[in-house]
Design a protein around this ligand. Structure first.
Ligand SMILES: Cc1cc2nc3c(=O)[nH]c(=O)nc-3n(C[C@H](O)[C@H](O)[C@H](O)COP(=O)(O)OP(=O)(O)OC[C@H]3O[C@@H](n4cnc5c(N)ncnc54)[C@H](O)[C@@H]3O)c2cc1C
Length: 438
């Protein structure tokens, strides 16, 4: 039988995805009593890890960019970010060969594809000087203005798919270029030897180390409000109902689900309407393959240039052999459906991706090679909660309710790094006393 207990904290964080866990670690380390509540039985959300037949399989993110707000979060909360860095980090598969762009950047890369890359380089040069295309121009149309070469088109589509989980006709060229010209753009990144959950576990440990609480297998079912502010939440935990009162709430479940927890009336028709009209989650597919021999000849991530669904792949065991049982390799492959934003047939798209994988990687034909997990990320468990260029606001009409995570990242930002940035900004607002948490 359900009993009700009561509790008070300075800040309630809903969801232990990358944005939520970065926020909770920062808050508790800064001295605010923090309760981090996670529905699943493990931390990480789409940056977590589970086991299949002794292989450590990631739920989403594998590559953790170094530098920037992710590394800064670990420094600020005095925790260790234990990553292993593949070298080279990024390579491309062009005309059957593995090409390392570190040798000469875009110009070297385009040279491997076409001797007519000059206009493309001129366009890239303009973007580097800050002359960005107009907002509505898609990446596909921007490339078409420079070249009709199909390999160049597929290469940029696959870069866009690998980083933003969208096709080239679904992302503004400006958002894509902002990321490559002004942000980290995964130039260097590491893999965690426990799987990506290791990154999130280290931050959850900071919350408890510094006196806060992390509740797993617990679900926030409703938020209470008193007009201008959130005052508390109802949480289902171990068959009991817990009523929490709090000074502020940081939600990592995405702006739409946060509306569901608050109720539409508390947030107002204008805000609710703008979130629903603006929400554009994007989808992708993640495939894990076990093999006796490495399927790739590189330790980092490889971006394909001859494919239409699968976009990139990484041999996780080249740097982290403990992710697979002895004698085995683990390869992760990402694919993006067409379309990635909007409706598509999951079964057909996954079958097309698997077929391409067979054609692209000869080791797939080895009798010992097997797909151990293949899943489509979409709808309320998407690749990105907001497609790039269509980010939603972090602030809400309530003074002390904020969103963090990839639905509310900065324009032209990407990956788990962008979630860490949302957490830094929101926590800073709270700590600067703009919101009373008592
Ligand atoms: C296939 C794939 C590959 C990717 N690869 C990379 C990569 O290599 N590198 C990279 O940096 N990024 C990558 N990304 C992107 C990255 O994984 C996501 O952007 C990031 O993990 C999203 O984090 P988030 O903060 O939005 O939280 P989420 O992951 O959305 O977590 C939200 C959490 O809230 C919990 N929750 C929901 N409702 C409730 C509730 N009512 N009560 C309590 N808890 C609740 C959920 O269980 C979940 O754990 C990839 C994404 C995908 C899907």
């Amino acid at each position: 039988m359900s009993t009700t207990v009561a509790k008070h904290v300075d800040v309630l964080v809903i969801g232990a995805g990358m944005g939520g866990i970065c926020a909770a670690a920062r808050l508790q380390h800064a001295g605010l009593s923090t309760l981090l509540v996670e529905r699943a039985d493990r931390v990480g959300g789409r940056a977590s890890t589970f086991e299949v037949d002794g292989f450590k399989v990631n739920t989403g993110a594998v590559a953790i960019e170094n530098g920037g707000d992710m590394e800064q979060t670990f420094t600020d909360v005095e925790a260790e970010l234990r990553l292993r860095y593949p070298e080279p980090a990024n390579v491309f598969r062009i005309k059957g060969k593995t090409v390392n762009p570190a040798r000469g950047g875009w110009s070297f890369l385009l040279d491997q594809i076409t001797k007519k890359g000059a206009k493309m380089l001129t366009q890239l040069g303009s973007a580097r000087r800050g002359e960005m295309p107009e907002e509505q121009l898609t990446l596909e149309r921007w490339i078409a203005g420079a070249t009709s070469n199909q390999t160049v088109h597929r290469l940029f589509r696959n870069l866009s798919a690998a980083i933003f989980a969208v096709n080239a006709d679904e992302i503004p060229a400006k958002a894509f270029l902002t990321y490559f010209m002004q942000k980290g753009a995964f130039r260097t990144f590491g893999f965690h030897p426990e799987g990506t959950i290791g990154v999130c576990r280290a931050l959850a440990d900071v919350v408890t180390r510094d006196g806060g609480e992390v509740w797993l297998s617990s679900t926030v079912t409703a938020l209470r409000t008193d007009g201008a502010r959130v005052t508390g939440a109802t949480i289902e935990r171990d068959g009991r109902t817990v009523q929490v009162t709090c000074g502020a709430v940081i939600s990592n479940v995405g702006p739409e689900a946060t509306i569901g927890l608050c109720g539409e009336a508390a947030l107002g028709a204008e805000y609710v309407g703008s979130i629903r009209a603006g929400a554009r989650p994007s989808a992708n597919m993640i495939i894990h393959v076990a093999s006796r021999q490495p399927l790739l000849d590189t330790p980092g991530l490889i971006v394909f240039s001859a494919t239409e669904r699968i976009c990139n792949a990484g041999n996780m065991t080249a740097t982290c052999p403990e992710l697979a049982p002895e004698g085995w390799h683990l390869t992760v492959v990402y694919a993006v459906p067409r379309p990635a934003v909007g409706d598509f047939d999951s079964a057909i798209e996954l079958a097309l991706a698997l077929q391409e994988l067979q054609e692209e990687l000869p080791g797939m034909k080895d009798p010992d090679t097997r797909v151990i997990d293949a899943r489509v990320m979409r709808d309320d468990w998407p690749a990105q909660r907001a497609a790039s260029g269509y980010e939603l606001p972090r602030n809400t009409p309530l003074d002390n309710l904020f969103n963090v995570g990839d639905g509310v990242r900065d324009y032209g930002d990407g990956g788990t790094q962008s979630c860490a940035t949302t957490a830094r900004i929101v926590v800073q607002e709270l700590l600067e006393g703009q919101v009373a948490t008592a």
